[in-house]
Design a protein around this ligand. Structure first.
Ligand SMILES: [Zn+2]
Ligand SMILES: [Zn+2]
Length: 305
């Protein structure tokens, strides 16, 4: 999954086909950070090729790669054998539950998960935003200079000509919540994910199995579509995307199982695009195949006819 937030580009997990699929959709963005959930092959095998490609393109911006501590051994071995020297620095950040990455007005926390080996999910959490500024109220209180509006919006007090002190709380509404994205990686249903996902804008939850194979899910430390839906409902998330679906199933059957509990659940596929507006500006929008390049869409439309 690629997150594009302002100018930041964040990749979560890097399986074998990741580089190719990025090139076919958004282009190979200059990533700022790669977040690895765990060291199973389908989540890390694309890493050596991707960092090597960045090197061939003369990248000089440092790259952060965060993941469970075993990432350090994996990286050391890859570096010695198949990667060699790179024209840019890579910082490996081992994580259990701490902040894996800090942006200007958001952070990404690692969330411990249950997958039989050290594993984490990730929660991107935006800072709360200041409340709406009430200019009419400010004028009523005697603040007339727009520069002083700015002082109040940034949290400072203003003294009016009449000698009255106006405080930000007098003219700013309630703090507005930021957005939150939670990505589970591979995991059995667990309380840490439920807690991290509380009121999330988007929960991307693995759903490897259907409930009829719950025993298999339990043995392999994976979730069923029902597990994911129950977590989404309990955590009061706004949108649930199911991923990591076993190829044995038709996606529709997982959607049917999940939507019985959480009615907007869907199975996410390569090239799907999800827009997440601020809560007061509307609901998240899922655009199936919305990230696919136009010429491919045209080809597909022709062949489908
Ligand atoms: Zn796994
Ligand atoms: Zn996996």
């Amino acid at each position: 999954m690629l997150i594009r937030r302002g100018g930041d580009r964040i990749l979560i997990d890097c399986g074998e086909g990741t580089q190719r699929q990025l090139m076919r959709s958004t282009g190979l963005a200059d990533l700022d950070v790669i977040l690895i959930t765990h060291l199973h092959a389908d989540h890390v095998l694309g890493l050596p090729g991707l960092v090597k490609t960045f090197g061939l393109r003369d990248r000089d911006k440092p790259l952060v790669i965060a993941g469970p501590p075993a990432l350090q051994q994996f990286w050391a071995a890859m570096r010695r054998t198949v990667i060699g020297t790179l024209p840019y620095d890579i910082e490996i950040v081992p994580v259990h539950h701490e902040v894996a990455w800090s942006g200007e007005d958001y952070r990404i926390e690692a969330v411990p998960t249950e997958h039989g080996i050290p594993s984490v999910g990730y929660a991107l959490i935006e800072d709360d935003r200041p409340g709406r500024f009430d200019a009419d109220r400010a004028r009523e209180l005697g603040v007339t200079d727009v520069r002083e509006f700015g002082v109040l919006q940034r949290g400072g007090d203003v003294v009016t000509e009449a000698g009255e002190t106006v405080r930000p709380a007098d003219v700013l509404g309630e703090h507005r919540l930021g957005r939150k994205i939670v990505y589970t990686g591979d995991t059995a249903a667990c309380s840490s994910v439920r807690e991290a996902a509380r009121d999330a804008t988007l929960l991307v939850h693995e759903a490897t199995f259907l409930q009829e194979d719950a025993e298999r899910a339990r043995q392999t430390h994976h979730s069923t579509a029902l597990d994911a839906a129950l977590t989404a409902a309990a955590a009061n998330v706004r949108m649930l995307a199911l991923t990591h679906v076993s190829t044995r199933y038709v996606p529709r059957t997982l959607e049917e199982e999940a939507t019985a509990v959480f009615d907007t659940a869907f199975v996410a596929r390569d090239f799907d695009r999800i827009d997440l507006p601020f809560p007061e500006r509307g609901e998240p929008v899922h655009e199936p195949r919305g990230g696919r390049p136009r010429h491919e869409s045209a080809e597909a439309a022709t062949s489908e006819r």
